[in-house]
Design a protein around this ligand. Sequence first.
Ligand code: FNR
Length: 374
Amino acid sequence: VKGQEILCIEDIKERADANLPEIAREFYNSGSTYQTTIAENSSSFNKYRLLSRVLVDVSRLTTQTECLGRTVKFPLGVSPAGLQAMAHPDGELATSRACARMGVNMAVSSFANYTVQQIVSAGQTQAETDGVGPGGPHYAMQLYMMRDRALQERIMAAAEGAGCKAIFLTADSPVLGVRFNEWRNDFRTPDGLGFPVLGWTSEMIRRATHDTSFMSFNDDTHSWARDVAWLRSRTKMEIWIKGVLAAEDVELAIEYGCDGVLVSNHGGRQLDGVPSTLDALVECVDAAKGRIPVHMDGGVRRGSDIFVALALGARHVWVGRPAIWGLGYKGQEGVEKTLEVLYEDFRRCMALCGCRTVADIKRSCLRRMGIDGV
Ligand code: FNR
């Protein structure tokens, strides 16, 4: 129908917003306190202009790249975001199947509403059905350091057993950021949904707020010196640190032997007022000096945003809310639509900038507003 097409992530968000109750919508869409960082995550992309190039043969352009030991269709994956079954009953299973169809990787939240085995096998089954080759997506398991180390070990063993390739250790959350909506709406996990990764049934969390649930297991004594070595001694999965913004923390990640860092401010849900991830990316890439890969997430809403992040040195980019909006719009099909919109836009952006491979996407493809003469 004319006027009904979905052309961009904003179109998908609008439909998801219309489908979801206000409490769920605010839980997903909000950042912490004054919403400064969440807004800047997206607006920072406007600091850059794309330098299109002419007369480059792009007929054999490829968007493929490597992520977590696998060739992916393009440099985008789905970030670990909890409580996806509140957006659609199939939740993380639908996200996983969509990732399989679209040839990208997925990170599984500790607050997923399905087990890691269920999530991974949903993607693998989809990949087999589609005949896209064995295995399907590669998965990362998102973890926090937990006071109950025996439970943390069981979660890691389950993730490794399910075939996850990496741990994304979310390191930015010794305490949770304050999201006003959760307090004002007295947000509770909807009845019937549990957190099976953590072993929590719906009954166990019925009366708890998100904040009290989190504080009940999270270990705020976490540290580089103790915990990276501990993780390394207990798993063969790669160890990535999620939530890095400072060059000094990139140095520490390298010093402690981490496999990579994910520049992230938790989608603006932790400390409000930190730099946007795109701004932080530049100093983190400079600090890494190519010694470990630097990924980023936060505010990516267009294919050209992926391009800008790569031009500034990110090896790969992840999205949180756009996948959730896809779920809220239309389950698996909606997440596929999200990934497709971003893929098509990214591919077109590469072609118009004269980049034939992802490796061609360099700092010289950009001009910085107000600085480089634009
Ligand atoms: C998140 N994020 C997150 N991160 C994490 O490490 N563990 C988690 O359980 C969650 N849960 C979560 C829930 C919801 C509803 C959102 C929106 C986000 C943060 C997530 O991994 C990612 O860093 C951001 O979502 C990226 O920003 P965008 O793409 O949402 O702007």
